[in-house]
Ligand binder design. Structure first.
Ligand code: FDA
Length: 319
């Protein structure tokens, strides 16, 4: 309680502070902890991690790290990184054993593609995401668009809607902590939809988001049920044992088959549970981030768990 009331918001605020970023990224001990959550700086390192995960029966979604881009050139560089990564993935020559799932997927953050640029951000992000979707289609890889803070939700869902006209397998993410999400689940659970449901990782005001853990969990359960009852493909993104159990029950009561939903977890978190879910016959996808712009992603992972912060602080102590 004390942690979520004080430390979590402070860590999330720090995740968007350029001054804190300069300080924390320069600490020599930070990198060791970052390596637990990030698959490397280069596409080659990410592809090596992907091959290991695929070899263990897990699926992957790969994210080139970066967000809140304020320069058009940086957004273009991000597109180039995705195109390079997709050509590396195409060389893996992975075949899907079912039409409803692809072992390889990439995840995009629209703010990294220019969405937050002051002029024409929405249109620029749409054009950049379209180029990546085209390249992904040629590589046999599906695409998912991540959810960011609530000020971007309308723009993101708008872009996803436009892209789905050309790329009907495109998926996106809904965050259970947002008050609007139950309605979004109702709207977006039709045939062909692919929705990743997560709790939500940003610092949001009470006007738009549930603040207590219990309220977020209850919202997650309501949203999960709507998606499982719907006609789309729900992607249950959580490490929370209670929600994983609830998803299992929901699958049973809605008579979904193993090919009609999947679990998702983050790279480096609950590895044994990931393997256990695969051994039980479930599809389990790991979100694999890579690249040197890891600061925001890393800080959100620290904010999620007091033990991570304690571990980080201990690593700063000399000797
Ligand atoms: P919760 O935080 O309650 O954790 C439950 C348990 O899981 C913890 O007790 C601990 O054992 C373990 N755990 C969780 N986080 C950990 C961590 N960082 N380190 C170590 N152990 C940890 N968010 C978002 O806003 N937009 C997005 O697009 C995505 N995308 C996304 C993809 C995937 C595949 C996942 C799994 C998650 C996301 N998220 C996200 C993040 C999500 O919103 C949420 O912040 C985290 O998943 C943590 O919430 P849990 O549901 O895991 O529960």
């Amino acid at each position: 309680m004390a942690f979520s009331a004080l430390l979590r918001p402070a860590m999330l605020a720090a995740s968007r502070s350029p001054r804190m970023e300069r300080t924390i990224t320069r600490m020599p001990t930070t990198k060791k902890l970052v390596d637990r959550f990030v698959a490397g700086d280069s596409a080659d390192q990410a592809v090596a991690a992907v091959e290991t995960l695929l070899g263990s029966g897990r699926y992957v979604t790969i994210d080139y790290l970066g967000e809140d881009t304020t320069e058009i050139e940086q957004a273009r560089t991000t597109v180039t990184h995705y195109l390079h990564m997709l050509s590396a993935l195409a060389r893996l020559d992975i075949t899907a054993d079912t039409e409803s799932v692809r072992p390889l997927e990439v995840s995009l953050k629209l703010s990294a593609l220019g969405q937050s640029l002051p002029r024409d951000g929405h249109a620029i992000a749409l054009e950049h995401a379209h180029r990546i979707c085209m390249a992904a289609q040629e590589a046999g890889v599906w695409v998912n668009v991540d959810a960011e803070d609530h000020t971007t939700t309308d723009s993101t869902l708008g872009i996803v809607g436009e892209l789905r006209a050309d790329f009907p397998t495109l998926g996106t993410v809904l965050q259970a902590y947002l008050r609007r999400t139950e309605g979004d689940c109702r709207d977006l659970s039709g045939p062909g939809s692919r929705i990743r449901l997560c709790k939500g990782a940003y610092k949001e005001p009470a006007s738009v988001a549930f603040q207590s853990r219990a309220d977020v969990d209850e919202s997650y359960l309501r949203c999960l049920r709507l998606l499982m009852l719907g006609d789309g493909y729900p992607m249950v993104a959580t490490h929370d044992p209670a929600l994983i159990e609830a998803a299992r029950n929901c699958v049973e009561t809605t008579h979904r088959k193993p090919d009609e939903f999947e679990f998702q977890m983050l790279y480096g978190i609950r590895d044994a549970e990931q393997r256990r879910l695969v051994d039980e016959g479930n599809h389990l996808r790991v979100y694999v981030p890579y690249g040197d712009q890891w600061y925001g992603y890393f800080m959100r992972r620290l904010a999620e768990r007091p033990a991570n912060v304690a571990f980080f602080l201990r690593s700063l102590k000399p000797g």
